[in-house]
Write a new protein. Structure first.
Length: 297
């Protein structure tokens, strides 16, 4: 049971920062940015490159985070802001095209084989029947600190109130003296930085590879939709529910169904679990589990 909880927290930390950034941007620009998950892939490759160049891992993660944020801001200014004039549907298609370009670019430079980090070997910590490594503890702790900091910023600072006001009514917020363009640029940078950091932390365990962003596409969007698109903290809750579902699917023993002592579903069924949650959310709660909060904010 403890192992299931640990695996859920680890998977949630993989998804939470990226889903948070996706929902932040959607709340302001009102289109689903498919390329957002590829920012995580770029962040993973940048973290690997900077680490291989000799930077300490912590500095490599911070630098990759900042560079990915700058890239996301550049895409917002040069691509998405222009596409939004034609409507959210055209912008979403443009984000898909950008996503494919990012994959091709990274594959052309880094190749298709995973690039594994050379981390020092360490004995995992034991928590009852569960085990967890120092790297995993650091990743979960970093995610928890950032999520706590974002929640405090969103509800207890002037910048957070401005973000919520702009997400609720952009025209009124702009007329009230808020600089909508500047706030949107800041959020675009922060969302890209969070995605880059999330990708870098994930790559510490899986390596940097071109499918990293594509593998995250369904669970991240499912988490954002489940929590209510435009509700950043709801997206974090959605990430936890998706992580819990995926963990249960692959860790529960279904042997009693087949009259066998042990029968587990293959890891490939993780995607099926995300599809199921996404479908049910769209059917019964299309505005997400926290739809009231989305409409209020």
């Amino acid at each position: 049971m403890i192992q299931i909880l640990v695996d859920t927290l680890l998977r949630c930390s993989d998804l939470a920062l990226i889903a948070l950034g996706l929902s932040m941007v959607y709340g302001l620009v009102k289109f689903p940015n498919i390329a957002h998950v590829q920012y995580a892939m770029v962040g993973a490759y940048l973290t690997y490159a900077l680490s291989a160049a000799g930077l300490p891992m912590a500095l490599a993660l911070i630098a990759a985070c900042a560079l990915t944020g700058a890239m996301a801001l550049a895409f917002h200014l040069l691509v998405f802001r222009r596409l939004l004039r034609a409507g959210p549907a055209i912008t979403m298609i443009g984000s898909l095209a950008l996503s494919m370009l990012l994959i091709a670019f990274c594959q052309g430079i880094a190749g298709s084989f995973p690039l594994m980090f050379k981390l020092p070997l360490a004995t995992p910590f034991r928590l009852g029947d569960a085990s967890i490594t120092v790297t995993q503890i650091a990743a979960v702790s970093t995610t928890a600190i950032l999520l706590t900091g974002f929640a405090l910023l969103l509800f207890y600072t002037r910048a957070g109130r401005a973000m919520r006001a702009l997400a609720c009514n952009p025209a009124l917020a702009d007329a009230s003296g808020l600089n909508a363009s500047r706030i949107t640029c800041q959020v675009a940078f922060c969302s890209g930085a969070l995605a880059g950091l999330g990708g870098g932390l994930l790559a510490l365990s899986t390596g940097a590879h071109i499918n990293l962003g594509t593998d995250l596409l369904l669970p991240v969007f499912a988490a954002a939709i489940l929590g209510g698109l435009g509700n950043p903290l709801g997206a974090v809750a959605g990430a936890f529910l998706i992580a819990l579902t995926e963990t249960l699917v692959t860790n529960l023993n279904f042997g009693w169904l087949y009259a066998k002592p042990v029968a587990f579903l293959p890891v490939a069924y993780i995607s099926a679990a995300s599809f199921l949650i996404l479908l049910l959310a769209l059917l019964f709660k299309p505005y997400g589990l926290f739809d009231r909060e989305v409409r209020r904010v």
